[in-house]
Design a protein around this ligand. Structure first.
Ligand code: GTP
Length: 690
């Protein structure tokens, strides 16, 4: 066995390199001998070879000219198809072009691109020296000093080899089935690939182990995934990443749609000089392999049909707040990111780990808590009515965190403040920065063009450091300096940046820091600013100027809604004709007896059953009015929240009452002095500018 393995030893394969000839004919015999024994020991009767056949094979090998000998490097197509065609059983049909496709490429970090190893059931179709099963893979890598620890299999088939073979050798096998052929791997599979590789590396102990990545031929799907990995770990452009791969595995990706999809995904303009390489010779001539009667392989990644663009690139007609943004991420990754959020917010995770969305939540304004505005210094802002997301920015991606505490990845770029300073390469992008905000849809009044925008109103962690205990005004200033400004600077000077091809305008949404103003501006805010906003707003937020970030319900963070917009989210259920509204109390459903709801005219109430419905209170009719279904929420409001909303409805703080109250408050010394100082500073700054 060992002798045979040595026979397969190969130095780094190079194009046109022919595998070193066996030292003697005996070596060939040995190799045959081992293969024979393997067949027998696996009890695969269909592929067992008789002694006579074996001798014939040995004779055949002896007659071979050196050029026909096995190769591990690239070799111009050689036809041994007669052998192959005669022996093929339906399930051991060789993928077209496989024989002449080089086995593997050079290492890219710890990733080795490879064609699919074929298990022993294919042995009848492949001359011994050209075999490439898990045994040869392990051996060939070992000869090059590489020990494998993980195999990522991107083929869409399980017929190529028995996955357990890897396990027996202590190598983990991960299947990420990607169709190939008509489409690029989907974004969720790319996320999974990235996660598997990063997890493997994070747990890596010395000596370093390698990851074999294979699809059928190890070019298109494999290249696509590896390039994604490079893009998420290095501050490089798509063009550079494509080159790294094609240098390691010539000619690299040779499907134009795959290359275009990569540029699209990373929001880069494809430079004119980038040309997709032609289909390699071994693949083009593979039609002949089929002898006219074999169908294309069902897992072929190299079909010529046009790949449709990634769905997210397709133009969407009308944007809504309920649109699902971003791509799913592996659930283990979500668990780790949830933990980071809890740690940053200084929350205990509980026995089952972090479960609940931890974002800060304001309480409704009522006559009691209105007094807080007199006791502590507050700023005001409009209450944007879109969809709440926290956002976790990491170097490898940006994650939107919804109210279900689910994470979805979006492709965005957040350079650090020092990104362009020398020697700060490792600080190029934000890594574990946690933000809070509201995603809104701006509609341009003239063109009706829609634009999604993330309005950030808080920052809880910056580059892994929690800042929740700092006062709000510091967090808010840091947000501008550390997150918004570096993006704007890079946008303006993109041509001098590391990657001048990046197009911020292709990102899925714009980003802006939300403005907060002195209480003295509330009248202007309500009467002038909100009516002119190009997105929906349903009231005001009063933010304590030196408040820490308080997760979950924050009694000091106040929201005032237009009275008709005060709402409660109920769970609506309809069984037979009986309609019921539920809230939550201590994690359990609580029936709200005596509460009725009406739906829009013509709507079928049963179609709302099981849904969370946001309702406003009609005090004339004593009934809840369903305004919309909350697809962003999985549970109704807590009974406590309901009580606060009811209190606010009862207290009925109208716009006039609020403005009168605020006019009194801003005359208090605490506000008056500050307002005066700030307007002086403002005047000073504007005269200096003049
Ligand atoms: N803290 C804060 N929240 C804002 C701001 N602008 C908009 N919001 C949103 O206001 C929401 C809280 O107001 P609610 O009316 O209770 O929000 P809701 O989405 O209806 O949620 P429920 O109370 O669960 O029904 C937050 O979750 C944010 O999504 C802001 O500037 N600061």
């Amino acid at each position: 066995m060992i002798a045979s393995m040595d026979l397969n030893a190969s130095p780094e394969p190079e194009e046109d390199e022919v595998f070193p000839e066996p030292q003697s004919e005996e070596d060939n015999v040995l190799e045959e001998h081992v293969d024979y024994n393997e067949h027998v020991s696996h009890g695969e009767s269909a592929v067992q070879i008789s002694r006579r056949e074996r001798e014939e094979r040995i004779q055949r090998l002896r007659r071979q000219r050196p050029d026909d000998r096995p190769s591990y490097g690239y070799q111009p197509a050689q036809r041994d198809d007669g052998y192959q065609a005669k022996r093929q059983r339906p399930n051991s049909k060789l993928p077209p072009g496989w024989l002449d496709c080089p086995n593997f490429g050079q290492e890219i970090g710890c990733l080795i691109p490879s064609k699919v190893p074929l298990g022993e059931s294919f042995n009848d179709c492949i001359l011994p020296g050209r075999r490439y099963s898990f045994r040869q893979v392990i051996h060939q890598q070992r000869v090059l000093g590489r020990k494998l620890g993980l195999v990522i299999d991107l083929t869409n088939s399980s017929r190529y080899y028995n996955f357990n073979e890897w396990k027996k050798e202590g190598i983990k096998h991960v299947k990420i089935a990607c169709k190939g052929r008509d489409s690029v791997p989907d974004n969720e599979s790319v996320n999974k690939f990235f996660y598997e590789v990063s997890q493997f590396l994070a747990r890596q102990k010395q000596p370093k182990k390698y990851i074999l990545v294979h699809c059928t031929h190890g070019h298109n799907r494999t290249g696509f995934m590896i390039i994604h990995y490079l893009m998420r770990t290095l501050p490089i452009s798509v063009t550079q990443a494509i080159k790294i791969f094609s240098d390691a595995r010539p000619p690299g990706i040779y499907k134009p749609d795959y290359i275009d999809a990569l540029y699209n995904f990373y929001h880069e303009k494809k430079p004119d000089m980038v040309v997709c390489p032609p289909t390699p010779e071994w693949k083009r001539s593979s039609d002949l392999d089929l002898n006219g009667d074999a169908l294309p392989d069902d897992d072929d990644d190299d079909g010529d049909s046009a790949a449709p663009l990634d769905e997210s690139q397709e133009t969407q007609l009308v944007m809504t707040n309920d649109d699902i943004l971003g791509d799913k991420v592996p659930s283990d990754q979500e668990v780790a990111m949830r933990q980071f959020c809890y740690q940053s917010l200084k929350l205990p995770a509980g026995v089952r780990g972090p479960q609940q969305f931890p974002g800060s939540h304001p309480v409704s304004l009522n006559r009691d808590n209105l007094q807080l505005l007199r006791q502590r210094y507050y700023y005001a802002t409009w209450k944007a009515d879109g969809t709440r997301y926290m956002m976790l920015i990491t170097m490898d991606g940006c994650y939107l965190i919804d109210r279900h505490f689910n994470f979805r990845r979006v492709q965005m770029r957040f350079p650090c403040r020092h990104a362009n300073e020398k020697g700060m390469a490792e600080k190029m992008y934000h890594h574990f920065t946690l933000l809070d905000g509201e995603m809104v849809i701006d509609t341009m009044p003239d063109s009706q063009k829609q634009e999604r925008r993330y309005l950030i109103y808080d920052m809880m962690a910056i580059n892994q450091v929690s800042i929740v205990e700092r006062p709000f005004y510091e967090r808010w200033k840091m947000l501008e300096k550390e997150v918004i400004e570096p993006r704007n600077i890079e946008r303006q000077h993109i041509y001098q940046s590391q990657n001048p091809y990046y197009r911020y305008d292709l990102e899925p949404f714009r980003v802006r820091r939300k403005d907060f103003w002195l209480l003295s501006t509330v009248t202007k805010l309500l009467k002038g600013f909100i009516p002119k906003l190009s997105h929906a707003a349903d009231g005001l937020i009063f933010q304590g100027w030196d408040d820490p970030y308080v997760p979950r319900t924050h009694e000091g963070l106040l929201k005032w809604k237009y009275p008709e917009m005060n709402s409660v989210d109920f769970l609506f259920e309809m069984v037979d004709d009986r309609q019921s509204l539920f809230l939550y109390e201590r994690g359990k459903k609580k029936l709200m007896e005596g509460n009725r709801v009406v739906f829009p005219e013509g709507a079928d109430p049963s179609s709302y059953s099981g849904k969370i419905v946001e309702c406003s209170w009609d005090s004339e009719e004593d009934v809840w009015v369903c305004m919309r279904v909350r697809t962003d929420k999985g549970t109704p409001n807590e009974f406590n929240t309901y009580k606060k909303v009811m209190r606010s409805i009862r207290d009925n703080i109208t716009e006039d009452i609020l403005l009168n109250e605020i006019n009194e408050i801003i005359r208090l010394p605490m506000y008056a002095d500050r307002i005066q100082n700030e307007s002086k500073a403002h005047q000073h700054n504007s005269s200096r500018r003049r």
